[in-house]
Design a protein. Structure first.
Length: 517
C-alpha cells in the first residue's frame, strides 16, 4: 500500500468514526424528531446562544433556534418536541446548566385550564436572568460599603475616645466600691439571709392555714345578711376558737425561729463561699476592663487589623484596587469565546488538505486563530540515482497556522477582517469580508519565495480566494480558486467542515451525558 492509499484509508476511517459518534450521541437536524416553534422576549439573555438546550419543567425537550434584537429586546425563537404541550400561562426563564455557567432556556409549561399555546405564538411571561457581570458589580458596591463602614468606625473612635476612657474608669471605680461594700457589710448580709430564711419557713407553715381561715371567714360574713343574729353568734364562736388557737400559733413561730437559726448555722460555710465567688466575679470584671483598655490603646497606635484599617490609608487603597482588578479579570473571562473546528478540502490536481482549528475571541473586534494542517501536496523535490535518472518525491509534515485577526465593522453585522501571522508554517496575510453571519468571502496570500517546487522557477506566492457558506448549525462548505498567481499550478478547490462554538460544545457534551466542569 502506498502512502497515499494509507492516508486515504485513515481519512475514511476517521470520517466514518465521526459519523458514527454523531449519529449515536449527537442530534442531526435532518434526522431529528418532529418539533414545533415558539418565541419569547427578554430584556437580557445573559449569554444564551443558538443551539442551547430548552428544558420544559426541567426535562430537556428542544433547543434554541434563533436569537435577534427587536424593539430593544431579545427575541428568542425555540423549538420543542411536538408531543410536549405548552399552555398560555407558561413562563420562560434563563437558567444555568452545570458549574461552567452555560445557559439554557427553561419553560414552566403552565396549566391545561389556560388552554394550549398554538405553534408560533409567544410565551408572554418571562423572568430576568442574573449574570456574572451583575454579581461583580454587586461585589464592587459591597466593597465600597465596607470602606464607608471603616471610615465611620474610625470617625466614631476618634470622636468618642475620651468618653470611652471615662466609661472604663467609671466601671473600674464602681467595681472597687462594690468590693468595699461587700467586705464591710458581710456580717449584715449574713444576718439578713438568716432572717429571710426564717421568714420563708414561717410563711410556708402558717400561710395555708391563714388562707383557709380567711376563706371560712368570708363565707361566714357573706351569710350574715341572710341569717342575721344566728350567724353573728356563730362568728363570735369562731373568733373564740381562733383566740384559743393563738398560743399554739405563737409556739409555732418560736419553733420556726429556732429552726431557721439551725439552718443558718449549718450553711454558714456555703454562704461564705457565695460571698467569695462574688468577689471573684468582681476581679474578673476588673481584668476585662484592663483588656479593653489595652485593645483600644493598640487601635490608637494603629496595631492589628482593625488599627491598620483605621489608620493606614494605603492599605485601604490596596484592598480597593485588588477588588477592582478582580472584577476586571472576571469580566474578561466571561466575555472570552472559544470556537473549535475541523474540515477538509479537495483540489483539482488530485491533492487534498485536512485541518483542525481553534479560534479564541476575547472581544468582539479581535480573535486569535490556531490551525494544524495536513496537506497532501507536500514539498516536491527530486532525487538523483545511479545512471543520471531523477525521481520526483514529496515530503509530508504537519504545518501550523497562527494568526491574529482584527474585525472592522462597517454597518449592522457586516465587517471586514484583517489577519496576519503564520500561514501553513510560512508568513502570510489574509482579508475577509463577512456580509452576513452565514457567508464569508476570504483571500489568503502566503509562502513568498516558494521552495516547494524545485523544478519551477520564479514561483509567485500562493494566492487563494474562496467563499464559505454556513449551511445549518455548525456545518459549512467552502469553494474557490487556488494558486491563482501561477498559470501552470492554478486550480480550484471544494471543501466542507464543522465549527463548534463554546455553547455548541456544551450542548453536545451535555447530550452525551459527560460531566462538565
Amino acid at each position: 500500500m502506498t502512502r497515499e492509499v494509507k492516508l486515504g484509508l485513515f481519512v475514511l476511517i476517521t470520517a466514518v468514526s465521526f459519523a458514527f459518534l454523531v449519529l449515536t450521541f449527537g442530534e442531526i437536524p435532518i434526522l431529528g424528531k418532529d418539533t414545533k416553534s415558539y418565541t419569547a422576549s427578554f430584556e437580557d439573555v445573559g449569554g444564551l446562544s443558538v443551539g442551547a438546550e430548552v428544558r420544559v419543567a426541567g426535562v430537556r425537550s428542544g433547543r434554541v433556534k434563533d436569537l435577534f434584537l427587536e424593539d430593544g429586546r431579545v427575541r428568542v425563537v425555540f423549538e420543542v418536541d411536538r408531543e410536549v404541550k405548552i399552555y398560555r400561562d407558561a413562563r420562560a426563564y434563563i437558567g444555568t446548566l452545570g458549574l461552567m455557567g452555560d445557559r439554557y432556556l427553561g419553560i414552566i409549561p403552565g396549566t391545561p385550564v389556560a388552554g394550549e399555546l398554538e405553534e408560533g405564538e409567544e410565551v408572554k411571561a418571562t423572568e430576568a436572568v442574573a449574570d456574572t457581570d451583575r454579581l461583580v458589580r454587586e461585589l464592587t458596591r459591597t466593597a465600597e460599603g465596607f470602606r464607608e463602614v471603616a471610615e465611620s468606625l474610625r470617625e466614631v473612635l476618634e470622636e468618642n475616645r475620651r468618653s470611652l476612657r471615662e466609661v472604663l474608669n467609671n466601671l473600674r471605680d464602681l467595681t472597687e466600691v462594690l468590693k468595699e461594700v461587700t467586705e464591710e457589710n458581710r456580717e449584715n448580709l449574713r444576718r439578713l439571709i438568716d432572717q429571710m430564711a426564717q421568714l420563708t419557713e414561717n410563711l410556708n407553715r402558717t400561710l395555708p392555714e391563714t388562707l383557709a381561715s380567711v376563706e371560712r371567714l368570708a363565707d361566714r360574713i357573706s351569710g350574715i345578711a341572710d341569717e342575721n343574729r344566728e350567724d353573728i353568734r356563730r362568728i363570735v364562736a369562731n373568733l373564740r376558737d381562733m383566740s384559743e388557737d393563738l398560743p399554739r400559733l405563737v409556739e409555732n413561730l418560736n419553733t420556726l425561729s429556732e429552726n431557721l437559726a439551725v439552718v443558718v448555722e449549718e450553711n454558714r460555710e456555703d454562704i461564705r463561699r457565695s460571698v467569695r465567688n462574688l468577689a471573684g466575679i468582681t476581679e474578673r470584671l476588673r481584668e476585662s476592663s484592663r483588656r479593653i483598655d489595652r485593645i483600644l490603646a493598640k487601635i490608637e497606635r494603629g496595631e492589628g487589623t482593625i488599627g491598620k484599617l483605621v489608620h493606614d490609608e494605603e492599605l485601604y487603597r490596596s484592598v480597593t484596587k485588588g477588588a477592582r482588578l478582580f472584577g476586571e479579570a472576571g469580566e474578561v473571562i466571561t466575555n472570552t469565546s472559544l470556537y473549535l473546528g475541523f474540515g477538509g478540502e479537495a483540489y483539482s490536481g488530485g491533492d487534498s488538505k485536512g485541518y483542525v482549528s481553534l479560534r479564541i475571541q476575547p472581544e468582539r473586534s479581535t480573535y486569535y486563530l490556531l490551525e494544524i494542517v495536513g496537506d497532501s501536496r507536500g514539498r516536491v523535490y527530486t532525487e538523483q540515482i545511479v545512471g543520471g535518472q531523477e525521481i520526483v518525491k514529496k515530503e509530508f509534515k504537519p504545518e501550523f497556522t497562527l494568526q491574529i485577526a482584527k474585525n472592522f465593522f462597517l454597518w449592522g453585522e457586516r465587517y471586514i477582517t484583517l489577519r496576519a501571522g503564520l500561514k501553513e508554517s510560512t508568513g502570510g496575510v489574509g482579508l475577509d469580508f463577512v456580509p452576513s453571519p452565514r457567508m464569508r468571502i476570504y483571500t489568503d496570500v502566503w509562502d513568498v519565495g516558494r521552495k516547494d517546487r524545485p523544478g519551477e522557477e520564479n514561483l509567485k506566492p500562493l494566492l487563494q480566494i474562496g467563499l464559505q457558506l454556513r449551511l445549518r448549525g455548525p456545518f459549512y462548505t467552502r469553494f474557490g480558486g487556488d494558486d491563482l498567481l501561477n498559470d501552470r499550478l492554478r486550480g480550484v478547490f471544494i471543501g466542507a467542515g464543522l465549527e463548534f462554538s463554546e455553547d455548541n460544545l456544551k450542548y453536545l457534551l451535555g447530550g452525551l451525558g459527560l460531566p462538565l466542569p
